[in-house]
Write a protein that binds this ligand. Sequence first.
Ligand SMILES: Nc1nc2c(ncn2[C@@H]2O[C@H](COP(=O)(O)OP(=O)(O)OP(=O)(O)O)[C@@H](O)[C@H]2O)c(=O)[nH]1
Ligand SMILES: [Mg+2]
Length: 432
Amino acid sequence: MFYDYVKIFVKGGDGGNGVVTFRREKYVPLGGPSGGDGGKGADVIFVADESLTTLVDFKYRQHYKAQRGENGMRKNMHGKNGEPLIVKVPVGTLVRDAESGELLADIVEKNQRVVVAHGGRGGRGNARFQSARNRAPEIAEKGEPGEERWLRLELKLLADAALVGLPNAGKSTIISKVSGSRPKIADYPFTTLHPNLGVVNLEPGMSFVLADIPGLIEGAAEGVGLGHRFLRHVERSRLLLHVVDMSGLGELSPWEEFCVIDKELALYRQDLAARRRLLLANKMDMPQAAENLHEFKQRLVESGHDYPLFEISALTGEGLRELMYQVFEILQTTPLPVLPDMQDTEDESLGKLTKVVAEPEFVITQAEPGVWQVTGKKLEKLVVMTDWEYEASLRRLQNILTKIGLDAALREAGAQDGDLVQIAGREFDYAE
Ligand SMILES: Nc1nc2c(ncn2[C@@H]2O[C@H](COP(=O)(O)OP(=O)(O)OP(=O)(O)O)[C@@H](O)[C@H]2O)c(=O)[nH]1
Ligand SMILES: [Mg+2]
């Protein structure tokens, strides 16, 4: 099977915890704080790998969690950082936030790297909280939780040129003759069930990527057959190679064949029909082919089309070599199509994760009389990172909560002395 949509979960590693320790050395009677910081949690990183052409691996593994940082240690020693989790994805993968659908990254180049979930920073050890006022702080932070989210991956193969045509026209035979791709070829329609990519190497430094997609039929644009799914892969090709079977042995005449495909392309996307296109009159080795071609050309001229036409026989290889050189030449002067999604690609923020929404600092909701729930990413993080073992850590948290205005906001919302305040699964008593 060819998988081109998957949903996966990614989570950056949590930061390691900072620790509270004090020096206890022979000649240092009043040992100062010596608790080290926790290590940084690891990132989850996508790396584009040219050898991959499907998302099939993601069907078998859906969760990707990077290593957490190690906890800090005594003697001011930092915990070790987590090792990044490298996940290989095919070139042509679009990364979306599964919930909002927002495009986060468009992976178009080989070896391109994208951090899809950042690891949390390590919590600070008590050595970092020493100050003139507090020489022996019993404060340490827990590690920051790693970023986590569900992603939707979508694969749009990136081919310079794409072979399109009715089933049985000879598309797979062509790609098998001009590239290393070895798709199944057979004398019945719908032999090809998923797109194949092949690299056409003409001479050193002269190559391009060709795609062979499953045959299209009438109604493909509305989803008949597997049409819609596969037309997506053509969207990004600069040049269409429209293959028409000239043998006259099919159900439709070559001209009718041509019209079906022409219509489906236009129905799918207006600009696909307008995309640069070459016509490949295939199976010219067949007895009736020359005659059929003659008629086909007439209809073509009558209907006002002026696509360049190439006579070939994929079976014997006749005309294929010249055709491939022509394709290469044409590609040199054909720009990449600009699609709505691809315009986003030029946005510099892509390649990094972009924040989906600007959130308010915190939101207060009354769960029931006397019970208040407070949510907010930053705030929750702060609470999660507080080490409850130490009085001083708690006091620090309380100071920060007051500083960011939570106390005042609660009072305004109607909180009374003795009410319960819940944040990130922890409970506090509200006191004026
Ligand atoms: N005589 C002749 N037969 C050809 C030629 N090209 C392809 N064929 C035959 O046509 C049949 C279909 O070829 P494929 O390459 O599988 O066609 P396809 O367009 O990939 O078909 P789908 O995958 O079903 O869309 C096979 O039996 C091929 O051997 C040609 O130039 N001459
Ligand atoms: Mg095929």
